[in-house]
Design a protein around this ligand. Structure first.
Ligand code: SF4
Length: 326
């Protein structure tokens, strides 16, 4: 961020017509233009990230006056981005709250334990590194070749809840983003038989903590660009050697393919998560279908039994459109 803005005091472009030997002089200009373009784009990206995080915080009342927010930092791009943007929000927020970065070193072989403490110390913020060798426990308990993630994450959760209590934390912030939420929604629908996503805010399973996901509105591709721009010291996430959830990968690929084929679909699906209509689903515990009564009052906004066709039929040249006959 800072480096790209430092070039703005370079001279303005010469308005005189280019001479025959002007070619070598154009290269620095075009380089400078490219630098300014990148700076402009990154400025826009930063504004978008802050706006989207601010919106999520407001919509779901994620952070309140006096909160101590524990930001779980794993060393991946998402949690670095979360910490980075929350620190920016903290500086301009209309309320006061603390941020405590917490990393759990699970002793995976090859984990570069020095990277996060060095990064966090250089930020000058409050942080805590919790070292617990859950890797050995998981290795001992789970048979070779079986997925370790479920036990590993259960252990991790328990440790983070304890650390949150010790640090007098009031909110635990996780780095899940919009694409994680959509993936979870489809995983639950395809494999769990439920219309259920990943909540932006929830009470933890032990009942003792509020967990928030301030990146709920943020697209993963924006976090990827932000991480590259900010040059976060990313720690690879495959150190434990466990296979990442295959189904989640497949769903992620499906969503990316859809987006490529039908640009804008991801955004539309994400909007749909905000617009649930229980009367048009089939969960009788969410809507009183049994108790439905005739109102006798026409409602222009109400349902027509035969919904109006909303496809762009006018584009079907030569086809005469008739009303629904069925
Ligand atoms: S990928 Fe490795 S570190 Fe992550 S949850 Fe699974 S076992 Fe644990």
């Amino acid at each position: 961020m800072n480096t790209v803005w430092t070039d703005t005091d370079t001279p303005t472009e010469d308005a005189s017509p280019p001479s025959a030997d002007a070619a070598p002089a154009r290269a620095p200009h075009s380089e400078r233009d490219a630098t300014l373009r990148v700076a402009h784009e990154m400025h826009k990206l930063e504004k978008r990230l802050c706006r989207q995080v601010g919106q999520a915080i407001m919509d779901f009342n994620m952070i309140e006056e006096g909160d101590r927010v524990m930001v779980c930092v794993s060393g991946g791009k998402d949690s670095y981005g979360l910490l980075d943007i929350l620190l920016k929000m903290q500086a301009r927020a209309p309320i006061n709250f603390d941020i405590v970065a917490v990393n759990l070193d699970q002793k995976q072989p090859g984990f570069p334990a020095h990277i996060l403490p060095a990064y966090l110390a250089q930020l000058g913020i409050e942080f805590h590194i919790e070292t617990q060798d859950t890797y050995s426990i998981v290795k001992k308990v789970i048979a070779e070749g079986k997925t370790m993630c479920s036990l590993c994450s259960r252990l991790r959760r328990g440790i983070l809840y304890r650390v949150a209590d010790e640090l007098k934390i009031t909110k635990i912030a996780l780095g899940h983003h919009r694409d994680d939420m959509l993936q979870t929604f489809f995983l639950n629908m395809f494999f769990g038989g439920k219309l259920k996503g990943m909540p932006p805010k929830l009470v933890s399973d032990d009942g003792g903590h509020i967990v928030i996901r301030p990146l709920a509105n943020v697209a993963e591709k924006d976090l990827t660009r932000w991480a590259a721009h900010r040059q976060f010291p990313i720690i690879p996430c495959s150190l434990c050697g466990s296979q990442e959830n295959l189904q989640r990968q497949l769903i992620g690929q499906m969503l990316r393919d859809w987006e490529k084929q039908y640009p804008g679909r991801t955004e539309t699906m994400f909007t749909a998560l905000h617009n649930v209509v229980p009367s048009h689903l089939m969960d009788a515990s969410r809507y009183d279908f049994k108790g439905l009564k005739i109102t006798g009052v026409p409602n222009a906004e109400g349902d027509r039994v035969f919904d109006e066709e909303t496809f762009p039929l006018a584009k079907l040249a030569g086809v005469q459109v008739l009303g629904s006959l069925c």
